[in-house]
Design a protein around this ligand. Structure first.
Ligand code: FES
Ligand SMILES: [Fe+2]
Length: 437
């Protein structure tokens, strides 16, 4: 439980707030590169840490991330014209480059060719970094820290996929879920099977027939009952460990565990494939969950070539506005995070043994905030000349105590446009001992 004041301290991330300043030290992903290619305007409206921005790629290939509202009369420049060296506002033709500088004001320059009006009309412009099919942004003070090149971002011989959604809730309750192993046996196992009609059939008589699964739906997981959970702070965040009814502390789920990278990233997976999940703060009460799926070819095999890395917007609601696609693990998570409300009322919660990872994470957040306020460099911020910092991460080999046949089923709704390439890549593992199950 937190006091109302503590809850506000940790969840308010607008400009000038203590947490807003801390969160502006990082490089969150804000778009898939492919979204710009797919957009008719080669732009994307982005809202990050309470600020409205527009991302675009000019005709020379340069990415720009600038204020969304034109400095002239505040038009939304997501409908602007992308030119060779900047974005031209569609209303009166003022042009802005990727630094936000106003480079042209056609009518003003006609009437006052010698005036320097445009020098006063620039907008904010921010740094971007493109890798693994994602565009990352830095909107904090200069100089920008080095880009953290988390290990899976640099893997070669892989096929990748990206899914992005937007949730009407604070980033913090999304990330707290990463410190909560016990929910998996209920939300992802029991509720998931309930939703699919495999336990108590929904909306029917108790003896109603069980609804048949479609062949696109995954086999139900075992109950995976937890008997022990543990958490350790490490140099990049927290390692989450679990022992299940059918595993021991010798198994990777305890011995290696899953890393949560400070402040808002989770890595789940094993040597065959992994998912990095960022919970990107849009504003105090909205979050972009951004998932990067990486599928590796088995040693000695070659992954098929991808033309570009596909991305999709995850469908969360049906036409009536109800939550849907809840057979997917992440959609189940998204439902729970959003249903805690725009900002979870942590002053009213009752934390138990299953929540000790959450308590540790909140402590880490407060410690890092204090450290930052004292002028020290917070966790996972790297100051130096290097443009990128390579970062290794622990990864399980055998998750949950058993090899699983590497198959592709999307963690969240919608299939990858490169499904066949992913399946081809996963099939390379069937030649490896232990995986041909
Ligand atoms: S509003 Fe953008 S140029 Fe006038
Ligand atoms: Fe989950």
């Amino acid at each position: 439980m937190l006091s109302i004041k503590e809850n506000e301290l940790l969840t308010q991330i607008g400009p000038g707030t203590p947490m807003g300043k801390l969160m502006r030290q990082y490089w969150p992903p804000i778009a898939a590169s492919q979204e710009l290619e797919a957009s008719p305007f080669r732009t994307k409206e982005v809202r990050l840490l309470g600020e409205d921005l527009v991302l675009y790629r000019d005709r020379s290939g340069q990415l720009g991330l600038i204020d969304r509202w034109c400095s002239h009369r505040r038009v939304n420049m997501a409908y602007g014209v992308v030119e060779q060296d900047g974005l031209r506002c569609q209303y009166h033709g003022w042009k802005f480059d990727h630094t936000g500088a106003c480079t042209e004001q056609p009518f003003e320059e006609t009437v006052h060719p010698d005036a320097r009006f445009k020098e006063k009309c620039g907008v904010a412009g921010y740094a971007t970094h493109e890798t693994a099919g994602l565009v990352f942004a830095y909107v904090g003070p200069q100089p920008a820290p080095s880009f953290p090149m988390w290990e899976p971002l640099g893997w070669g011989n892989v096929v990748r996929d990206i899914a992005i959604s937007e949730l009407p809730c604070s980033w913090l309750q999304c990330q707290e879920n990463s410190l909560d192993p016990v929910h998996a046996e209920w939300l992802h196992s029991y509720f998931g099977q309930y939703y699919r009609g495999e336990v108590v059939p929904r909306g029917g008589a108790a003896d109603a027939p069980v609804v048949a699964r479609t062949d696109t739906q995954r086999q139900p997981m075992r109950a995976n009952t937890h008997t022990k959970i543990g958490f350790d702070v490490f140099e990049r965040g927290i390692i989450k460990r679990r022992v299940l009814k059918n595993t021991t502390e010798e198994d990777d789920s305890w011995a290696i565990g899953h890393p949560i990278m400070f402040p808002n990233i989770l890595l789940v997976g094993n040597e065959t494939s992994c998912t990095m999940q960022w919970r990107v703060p849009v504003d105090d009460s909205h979050t972009y969950p951004v998932s990067l799926y990486t599928f590796r070819a088995a040693p000695g095999s070659a992954a098929p070539k991808q033309e570009s890395i596909p991305s999709r917007i995850v469908q969360l609601f049906d036409e009536q506005g109800n939550w849907t696609n809840l057979e997917h693990t992440f959609n189940q998570d998204y439902l729970c995070w959003a249903s805690q409300g725009p900002i979870a009322e942590r002053n009213r919660e009752k934390l138990g043994e299953s929540d000790k990872g959450i308590i540790l994470f909140r402590r880490l957040l407060r410690d890092q905030l204090k450290r930052f306020q004292d002028g020290e460099t917070p966790m996972n911020v790297f100051r130096g000349a290097e443009r990128e910092i390579p970062l290794e991460l622990p990864l399980e080999r055998v998750p949950m105590g058993t090899h699983r046949k590497p198959i592709y089923f999307p963690g969240e709704a919608g299939w990858s446009a490169d499904r066949t390439l992913i399946e081809e890549t996963m099939a390379t593992w069937t030649k490896v001992a232990g995986y041909a199950l």
